[in-house]
Design a protein around this ligand. Structure first.
Ligand code: CAO
Length: 571
């Protein structure tokens, strides 16, 4: 048995740090890294975890106490004697962690963060990535010796949710590249060292630097390794070296855009991990902690209620794991297909896994109805064909999609309850006064849904250009998370591929999605004759809780009207 004092670690320049929660009772048995208490400063909240497994003998602070670095907050009786060297090394690791990751505002915009290590040289570090997990470097776009301008691409990283580019924060000369393809990174991992161009006298200086790189590299790899080990917030893994864990306000980012509007949840990493393990959507859990923070008890209470009443909230237990969470959905049988012939097992890409989970969640939560119609786009197609040469001169590919998107923005202006979301308790509409339209892009890794912003304010050329750019970025894994967020309506077009109709799944929490199939020339009765007309099959899948059939019918009728004759939108 050993007695161990738990102290407040280095908390940077945070002021007015207050104890806002004691996570366990006196006498409780805890595992290493179980949260003991939660602190909140003027800048962020953080959990102080148990450094080792043991029994909480005493808390030296109470709720509301103001605390300072180094102060003893709890005493733990640990099962084993902790050696002096172990505790020394732990102290060192704490300092590395806290020195590199001082308490920071809970949410920082995604952009490269550069920390000056010397006036002429700075490390470009991984920016705040919310609760993205398993972030991996998928491309290193520079090498030592490269000169870069502000905004030039340095590194591309990919998480389970999206990929993002890390640009150079300023012009300079890349003197060191600290990561390689396949490296796991997280917030604050140093990526590249950028020297001020003026600081580099000659190419010779660069060469010397580059040659020295191998001998200096160990320093940086140590730095990366310690940073990786020290911050589990992005991986959700327990790591005994962590002393503080920031509570992050994270926005759910979905690669297929299915949770673009997901509520921001205020919860710590331990609570997030617990929710993940139990298949609970944190957006559905009412937080009872300070500032509506979700606590472990809140999650437990939620699960208990879901299991005992047999009901789920509007979001319920997370779709992807729900079959294993006792929510009453029968499991699919596990079958050994090799009994019937040769097989090959291929892992789903992370984009596809995430997409599957979001689709499943929408399918389970949203009562879907699909309305079908054909839009007569004969005149529109003739007009588009007339513009083809002009489009080519502009270097653009003018397809029906830009017109369909524009027509949707007109229709959404007329039908505000379709440009909306339901609140999770399904008691309120959130009407959106912006018209950001997402469109599904088929990529080798799975579906992605980039979002074109302010469609109502843009012309066909601009929409065409943006659709082209976003599709290309999606296919090259270059979409930034913010380019997949904020959609108020989605279009899924299979027009170029074929088919006469399909029922897309609503991109919840949006309330409707338009499916577009292949247009075809068909005979249409005009009252006296059959005449050849170009008909575009469109389908509207909608959340029947939010939209009734009559409204969906009126929306689709209006939309087909605008597609038949855009002048209708001017009325
Ligand atoms: N009917 C007939 N032809 C169509 C058409 C339609 N509805 N829509 C597009 N086309 C034509 C285009 O005009 C183009 O031909 P031309 O070059 O002769 O003009 C050709 O098909 C190829 O178009 P495209 O696919 O390059 O461009 P797009 O703007 O139509 O679509 C995008 C862009 C990103 C939506 C598309 O490439 C894509 O990924 N579609 C798949 C989306 C998907 O998988 N949805 C299912 C999701 S599950 O709900």
């Amino acid at each position: 048995m050993a007695i161990e004092e738990v102290r407040i670690p280095d908390i940077g320049d945070a002021e007015d740090v207050e104890v806002i929660e004691l996570c366990v009772d006196r006498g409780a048995e805890v595992e290493a890294n179980d949260s003991l208490l939660v602190l909140e400063s003027d800048k962020a909240s953080m959990e102080v975890p148990a450094p080792h497994a043991g029994k909480v003998k005493e808390f030296k602070v109470s709720l509301g106490d103001k605390v300072a670095e180094g102060q003893v907050v709890a005493v733990i009786e640990t099962a084993e004697q902790i050696t002096a060297s172990e505790s020394d090394s732990k102290d060192r690791e704490i300092k590395v962690e806290t020195a590199k990751k001082p308490v920071a505002p809970a949410s920082t915009p995604i952009s490269a963060t550069a920390t000056a290590t010397a006036p002429e040289s700075e490390e470009v570090k991984m920016p705040d990535v919310g609760d993205a997990e398993g972030i991996e470097v998928i491309e290193v776009a520079v090498k030592a010796g490269d000169r870069v301008a502000a905004g030039d691409l340095l590194v591309v990283v990919e998480s389970d949710k999206a990929s993002m580019e890390i640009p150079a924060p300023r012009a300079g000369l890349v003197s060191k590249v600290l990561v390689s393809e396949g490296s796991e990174v997280q917030q604050d991992t140093p990526l590249v060292v950028l020297d001020a161009v003026s600081a580099v006298d000659s190419e010779a200086a660069v060469e010397t630097d580059t040659q020295n790189e191998s001998s200096e590299a160990p320093d940086h790899s140590r730095e990366v390794a310690s940073s990786t080990a020290a911050t589990p917030a992005t991986t959700g893994e327990v790591d005994s070296k962590v002393t503080t864990q920031e509570l992050t306000i994270s926005e759910s980012i979905s690669p297929i855009g299915l949770s673009q509007e997901a509520a921001q949840v205020y919860a710590g990493p331990a609570v997030r991990r617990m929710a993940r393990e139990l298949g609970v959507l944190l957006t559905e859990v009412k937080g009872t902690g300070n500032h509506a923070r979700v606590t472990k008890e809140d999650v437990q209470k939620y699960v208990k209620s879901a299991l005992t009443t047999g009901t789920r909230g509007a979001g319920g237990l997370a779709g992807g794991q729900s079959t294993a969470s006792g929510d009453g959905i029968p499991r699919l049988p596990e079958i050994d297909f090799s009994k019937f012939g040769s097989i090959e097992t291929v892992a789903l890409s992370r984009v596809r896994q995430r997409g599957a989970s979001n689709l499943h969640r929408s399918w389970l939560n949203v009562p879907h109805v699909t309305q079908h119609d054909d839009a007569d786009v004969t005149d529109l197609e003739n007009f588009r064909k007339q513009l083809k040469v002009q489009a080519e001169q502009k270097g653009l590919k003018l397809t029906p999609l830009a017109f369909i998107m524009k027509a949707c923005s007109f229709a959404l202006l007329q039908f505000p309850f379709i440009n909306a979301s339901l609140t999770p308790d399904a008691k309120n509409f959130v009407l959106k006064r912006y018209y950001h339209i997402g469109f599904a892009v088929d990529t080798p890794d799975g579906l992605l849904v980039p979002v074109v912003r302010d469609v109502d304010r843009k012309g066909i050329w601009q929409l065409t250009e943006e659709i082209g750019q976003l599709s290309e970025k999606a296919r090259n894994k270059r979409l930034n998370p913010d380019e997949m967020q904020g959609g108020s309506f989605t279009i899924s077009s299979l027009g170029a591929i074929g088919g006469t109709g399909f029922t897309p799944i609503v991109n919840a929490p949006e309330v409707a999605i338009l499916g577009v199939s292949r247009l075809d020339t068909r005979p249409v009765w005009n009252g006296t004759d059959f005449e050849p007309r170009k008909l575009l099959p469109i389908t509207l899948s909608y959340d029947h809780r939010a939209i009734n059939g009559a409204e969906a019918g009126r929306f689709l009728t209006y939309l087909t009207g605008v597609l038949r004759d855009f002048r209708l939108a001017m009325m």
